[in-house]
Ligand binder design. Sequence first.
Ligand SMILES: Cc1ncc(C[n+]2csc(CCOP(=O)(O)OP(=O)(O)O)c2C)c(N)n1
Ligand SMILES: [Mg+2]
Length: 352
Amino acid sequence: MATTHHTNETPTDVASNGTAPTSTVSPETLLDYYRQMVEVRLFEEAATRGFRQGKVGGYLHVYIGQEALARGFLDAFRKGDKTITAYRDHAHVLFQGGDPKATMAELYGKGTGLVKGKGGSMHLFDVENGMWGGYGIVGAHIPLGVGMAYSEAYRETGNIIQLYLGDGAIHNGYFHESANLAGLWGKDGMCPCLFIIENNQYGMGTSVERATANTNLGSKFDSYAIPWEKVDAMDLEAVIAVAHKAVDYVRETGKPYAVEAMTYRLGPHGAADFLEQYRSKDEVREARKRDPIGLLEQRLLDLGVTDEEAMEKIRAHAKELADEAVKFAEESPEPDLSELTTDVYAPETGLI
Ligand SMILES: Cc1ncc(C[n+]2csc(CCOP(=O)(O)OP(=O)(O)O)c2C)c(N)n1
Ligand SMILES: [Mg+2]
């Protein structure tokens, strides 16, 4: 479960001031999230096959092993809130209600794709559902997310930003400059930003231990007077509990908060990362024992809300959905040539 560490004002303080966090989740909701996590898993396995067949262009990074993380935090997502993340972005889009067919078509670079085939796997956007990208430059979305949080506070919308970043991205200058401003703006209640570190133990082939002398990544936020805590992100219910507490705090105070979510990348860094010389097979085999989908299956069985047969049906349906998405992507047309010059400038510029 979660271990906590606080620097200054904390969600616990907020709760004691009367705004109790909500963290309960019904067995039915857990079962629904299980279904969604299986659907995302099979979607990404199908996308990986598409990549290996040379049909998915650009690059492809899957979220396999990390599904409970985004699913858990998004339980606390409210309409109007926004998410922003790096290139490992399929799960966020799908959990936020993105269409699997349009998402797969985007990976295939087709005109029917989520962003008309112009973004590919790393640059998914689904603004209608509150998903603001999808960024390929490590760390570059962090200042954008912090600026978006300031904008929400300035316009007094009551919305917050869920800003996801990797354990590798936290060593980037972008992070430190942005976190500094977030802490500063937060003093005036002007930065409703929830930083979520997706600590999957690796940045490409570099383990956290090889990337920093201070591997307690959440503590980087101490420098900027941003309170934080850690959570076991293989445990969906633990994530949901922390997510609500953190989101409530950020929304109530307009101050930033951070969660170091401990997870593991069960798949390769990217679809072309075959050798994985930076970690042992034993390590991955060991980590698989805590696959968040496996843990959730056991939990659902213990709760008595499902059985093997029902779960098999969920898997079979997820496979159908993934197959349909692939078929749609394969049969979709290439983007029209005229699209080459559209969406280049913002409409406000009057240039196009
Ligand atoms: C500025 C920049 N430097 C280097 C890269 C190459 N690169 C792509 S992913 C990656 C690792 C990032 O790791 P992390 O933030 O932990 O995210 P994860 O892949 O684990 O989700 C690197 C160094 C990049 N895309 N952008
Ligand atoms: Mg990482």
